[in-house]
Design a protein around this ligand. Structure first.
Ligand code: AMP
Length: 195
């Protein structure tokens, strides 16, 4: 696995564990020789993650839309910064550059980014692994919601399993590296009800 995209908060969150996890993930990626692809910001968990990767000798690619460069939230010390026209171009380039995806805690931006990765995965647009780093149980309510969506017939059990969940960065990276994509992809159901 050459490059992993990490989606994470542009805020640090209230618990010290979130920042510690971002720092640890950045250094783990660098130590494994895996390049980091991310949103290119200097703020919140994004800044902590990128700084840790750079500090440990890792390569970092930031992909940021012009509008955010103007708002001065861009990280100024990235070895590779790609400025794109808009958020759509940003997500497409991040997805194309990366061999896998990880989400740390975050807000709407983070959730939007990883849900798109999962939606594309279930449609068979890509077969790249996605891992959720569940720091301090942050994603437990969201995982419960996804289980609910399975029970209610909106997510197939096989697609629920596309989310690799770990609390520890090393374990999660190992699962990404050994991931086997499921054979089943989504198609439009002819009859209503459960999958
Ligand atoms: P959020 O989870 O709402 O804080 O949004 C974080 C995600 O959205 C990141 O993974 C980024 O790709 C993007 N994003 C949001 N705010 C910024 C910012 N100030 N600079 C760069 N990217 C951002």
């Amino acid at each position: 696995m050459k490059r992993i995209a990490v989606f994470c908060g542009s805020n640090k969150g209230t618990r010290a564990a979130y920042a510690a996890a971002a720092e640890n993930l950045g250094s783990q990626l660098a130590k494994r020789g895996i390049e980091l692809v991310y949103g290119g910001g200097c703020v919140g968990l994004m800044g902590i993650l990128a700084d840790a990767a750079i500090k440990n000798g890792g390569h970092v690619i930031g992909v940021i839309p012009q509008s955010l460069v103007i708002r001065k939230v861009v990280h100024k010390k990235l070895p590779d910064l790609r400025v794109v026209k808009n958020m759509h171009e940003r997500k497409a380039l991040i997805a194309e550059l990366s061999d896998g995806f990880i989400a740390l805690p975050g807000g709407y931006g983070t959730c939007e980014e990883f849900c798109e990765v999962l939606a594309w995965s279930q449609l068979g647009y890509h077969q790249k692994p996605f891992g959720l780093l569940d720091v301090a149980g942050f994603y437990r309510p969201m995982l419960q919601f996804f289980d609910h969506a399975v029970d209610e017939g909106f997510i197939r059990p096989a697609h629920r399993e596309l989310i690799l969940v770990e609390e520890d960065a090393e374990k999660l990276l190992h699962r990404l590296e050994t991931f086997q994509p499921p054979a089943e992809v989504k198609w439009i159901r002819k009859t209503p009800g459960k999958f």
